[in-house]
Design a protein around this ligand. Structure first.
Ligand SMILES: [Mg+2]
Length: 277
């Protein structure tokens, strides 16, 4: 069991390394880490894929297929969505089906997701909803605190770039990142969170331990951890905004998270620990 950071209720210290406070860069995932606009995407992606596989005429039950699909969807969360669709195509082929282009499945999923989230986007656009209604609690205060400490912030998401830009704008976080907002691109091999980290580290004056990462997905936690950065796992409960999502928490610890938090309500104590005087 990880230790609780003294004075906090819910910040867990998984690492036994002591922080140096030497951070110069922070990289944030978007969905689930800052934004709650796409809450529920997994509950749309998985059944949509299960339907596609069922339609091939396999002997597996819906339950069997849900297990198979959940496993690869979760393992690939944090990478661009197209990779989950490429994997779906492989599963179709294995079962004797003829897959369409992965983009076709991505479009189909995205249409279903938009049906689910369009009301939220409309509410934010018209002012019926406030950014606070769809943001992980205290996100903006944290971004501001990191900027105040002189860090350069990057936003990196597996969601299509144009949507990330739009949704970041709706949540009022664009100014913290400037032009350092990255999302999925058509030439998907040109972008990954790992590539972005490599790009940041290309400057010989920058070392991995100067990188701080925040994410609710396996991929970004693993990427940050691999280069010697400090990874903060955000096991946000996207539906309620309160407390840990137990399932995310376990996965992020497995991925190599150094700290676990449910949201940013206790950020003052986390920052005091990460940036010792
Ligand atoms: Mg995420």
């Amino acid at each position: 069991m990880p230790a609780i950071l003294p004075g906090t209720r819910q910040i867990e210290v998984v690492t036994d390394r002591l922080p140096t406070g030497n951070f110069r860069f922070a990289i944030f995932d978007f969905d689930g880490t800052l934004s709650l606009i796409r809450e529920g995407w997994r509950e749309i992606m998985i059944p949509t894929m299960v339907d596609t596989l069922s339609a091939i005429g396999t002997s597996e039950t819906v339950e069997d297929l849900t297990t198979v699909v959940s496993k690869f969807v979760d393992a690939l969360t944090g990478q661009q969505t197209i990779y989950q669709m490429i994997r779906l195509c492989e599963e179709i082929t294995v079962r004797g089906g003829q897959p369409e282009d992965p983009l076709v499945y991505k479009e189909r999923y995205h249409r279903a997701l938009l049906d689910h989230i369009n009301a939220r986007i409309r509410a934010l656009r018209t002012g019926l909803a406030k950014p606070e209604d769809f943001i992980v609690p205290e996100s903006r205060a944290l971004l501001q605190a990191l900027v105040d400490r002189g860090l350069t912030l990057y936003l990196a998401s597996g969601t299509d770039h144009d949507y990330v830009v739009q949704e970041a704008e709706l949540l009022g976080v664009t100014s913290f990142f400037g032009d350092r907002i990255f999302g999925a691109v058509d030439n998907y091999e040109d972008f990954s969170k790992e590539k972005l980290i490599q790009q940041i580290l290309q400057d010989p004056a920058i070392t991995g331990d100067q990188l701080l990462g925040f994410g609710d997905g396996y991929v970004e936690i693993e990427n940050v951890s691999k280069v010697g950065g400090t990874a903060v796992g955000v096991a946000s409960n996207e539906a309620t905004g309160v407390g840990f999502d137990a399932w995310k928490r376990t996965r992020l610890i497995d991925a190599g998270a150094d700290y676990m938090i449910p949201e940013y309500r206790e950020q003052d104590l986390l920052l005091a620990h990460l940036f010792p005087e």
